[in-house]
Design a binder for this molecule. Structure first.
Ligand code: ATP
Length: 514
């Protein structure tokens, strides 16, 4: 774990050093849990968004997009339940004066027990070698059974407290488990309180006409309140979906782990409207579809798992998370929720407008049910960065830092490098740039030795380096260097667009999804 934390620190500083992510307001020492994307970060982020958007809107005839405003009528957040229930249980440690989420402290405690069990299993696996039967060991080893019993009991107690919204019980669990503040090391906890995560501001110029409005904590409500607009103007028939990418804001209590938990972040959400009674079938379809989208990137199939929710939100009848193995453990990247007809019904009630769909096949009107897929752009960005980062030892004792980004997502697809800054090579290199720049994000670089330039490109994940040398002037060939294998190949200039295009194309990635 310590080693992973170390790697994570390196990734964070790499992201800053190479223009991916900067702390917001950096020259003023930053602003808590707010970040800016730099020259490479914005390209990677845009490519992630494009991959999602096109997978939704191009590959599904029955999904269309919208872009709704961040400000919305405040009644929307009353209807959605956010004003009354979008809370996290917080607890303070009186000694360190630090604030924590009570539920997260308990979840961490559960994870610690899991770790102990895994350690026992790993030890036994080593001892028994090939003949080790893991399932049998987990079912019979007394120590594992003892840990598992403790875990199950804690889990049941935690789940019951969450479902009953019992804040006193959450505190009691923290005390009974002997959970200490990681900073002060003490158990000097305050009571658990609810804290609403929405940011509030005012709209209007004169004091009597101002109105409290919220910065949206999710993009989903912008879709629900436009359901009728899109359905009618697009003449959409059920089942159909509406997709949206946009900023969301949450006043997170504990904002740690870099861009994993931010106060201003971006979501990619799709609400899929279906016939009542068919929602669980579609829930399964979207679980599979979304996991396939993630896996097609090739970050490693073993890095994903589903995690079904302990506590269903007030609107849901099924919910799961797609978790990704970050350096700090498996963490939620995407949520898939069966939201029933809760949102549309609530908006019907609060707005007084009829929000129903006339089903021509059934010849009846009803409130559609909804399956939501909701993924954070920034968490996706973080999972891509973490799984791509490698410090590689090279022959001869040299090392390099390389980002093995999925090629279709890389901010720069190729760099054009004249071997030396004379003899007509820069001019030839510019000529090549002028052809390639219409198809790919290319960088021109003539400073420093070519070895150093390769390293700079490896560090930002550029899949290809094209080196122009004396031979290029004679026979119009260049060397094409592959980021991952570092192999170099002599290639005619005329073949470059096809070679790079094939490897880096977003279309080819989308084709994997069928
Ligand atoms: P968590 O339990 O981690 O707070 P959540 O369950 O509240 O997340 P959802 O409301 O389901 O998250 O939001 C959908 C997605 O939006 C999440 O899967 C995540 O990728 C992203 N997201 C939510 N909150 C944040 C945040 N503070 N910073 C960055 N991304 C976020």
């Amino acid at each position: 774990m310590a080693q992973n934390e170390d790697v994570f620190k390196k990734i964070v500083s790499h992201a800053k050093e190479y223009g991916f992510v900067f702390p917001s307001s950096d020259i003023y020492d930053g602003l808590g849990a707010v970040y800016d994307y730099g020259q490479n970060g914005v390209e990677l982020k845009n490519n992630i968004k494009r991959y999602w958007w096109e997978a939704m809107t191009l590959l599904h005839e029955n999904i269309v997009g919208i872009d709704s405003a961040i400000f919305m009528h405040p009644m929307i957040w009353k209807a959605s339940g956010h004003v009354d229930a979008f809370n996290d249980p917080l607890i303070d440690n009186r000694d360190s004066k630090k604030r924590y989420r009570a539920d997260v402290l308990i979840e961490d405690q559960l994870a610690k027990i899991d770790e102990k069990i895994d350690k026992e299993v790993a030890k036994a696996a080593k001892r028994f070698g090939e003949s080790f039967d893991e399932a049998m060991f987990r079912q019979t080893n007394p120590r594992v059974l003892e840990y598992q019993g403790k875990r199950d009991a804690l889990h049941a107690r935690f789940e019951a407290a969450l479902n009953a919204n019992d804040l006193a019980e959450l505190k009691q669990i923290i005390l009974d488990e002997g959970i200490v503040d990681p900073i002060s090391g003490t158990r000097n906890w305050t009571d658990v309180r609810q804290f609403n995560l929405m940011f509030k501001t005012q709209m209007g110029s004169s004091s009597d006409s101002t109105m409290d409005v919220y910065l949206r904590p999710e993009t989903a409500q912008g879709i629900f309140v436009n359901f009728l607009n899109v359905q009618k103007t697009g003449r959409m028939r059920l089942p159909f979906g509406i997709a949206q990418i946009g900023k969301a804001f949450r006043n997170e209590i504990v904002a740690r782990q870099f861009i994993f938990r931010m106060r201003e972040f971006e979501q990619m959400e799709m609400q899929f409207f279906v016939r009542p009674g068919e929602e669980l079938k579609w829930f399964d379809v979207w679980k599979k579809t979304r996991l396939a989208w993630h896996k097609a990137l090739g970050l490693g199939d073993e890095k994903y798992r589903f995690h079904d929710h302990e506590k269903l939100a007030h609107y849901a009848n099924a919910a799961t998370d797609i978790e990704f193995q970050m350096p700090f453990g498996f963490k939620e990247v995407e949520g898939i929720h069966s939201r029933t007809n809760f949102d549309l019904s609530q908006h019907e009630k609060f707005s007084g407008k009829k929000i129903q769909y006339f089903d021509p096949e059934l010849n009846e009107s009803y409130t559609p049910y909804v399956i939501e897929t909701s993924i954070g752009v920034d968490r996706m960005f973080l999972s891509v960065m973490c799984s791509s980062y490698e410090e590689q030892k090279l022959e001869g004792g040299d090392t390099r830092v390389v980002l093995h980004l999925p090629k279709a997502l890389a901010p720069v697809k190729c760099a054009v490098l004249p071997l030396v800054k004379k003899d007509g090579l820069p001019e030839k290199a510019r000529e090549i740039m002028n052809v390639l720049k219409f198809d790919f994000a290319c960088r021109y670089d003539e400073k420093d030795s070519v070895g150093k330039r390769y390293r700079r490109m490896d560090a930002i994940g550029t899949p290809y380096c094209i080196t122009v040398d004396g031979q290029t002037l004679d026979d119009n060939t260049v060397t094409l260097r592959d980021r991952d294998t570092m192999e170099q190949e002599r290639v005619p200039i005329a073949e470059l667009p096809a070679r790079i295009g094939e490897a880096c194309s977003l279309n080819n990635l989308l084709k994997k999804l069928g």
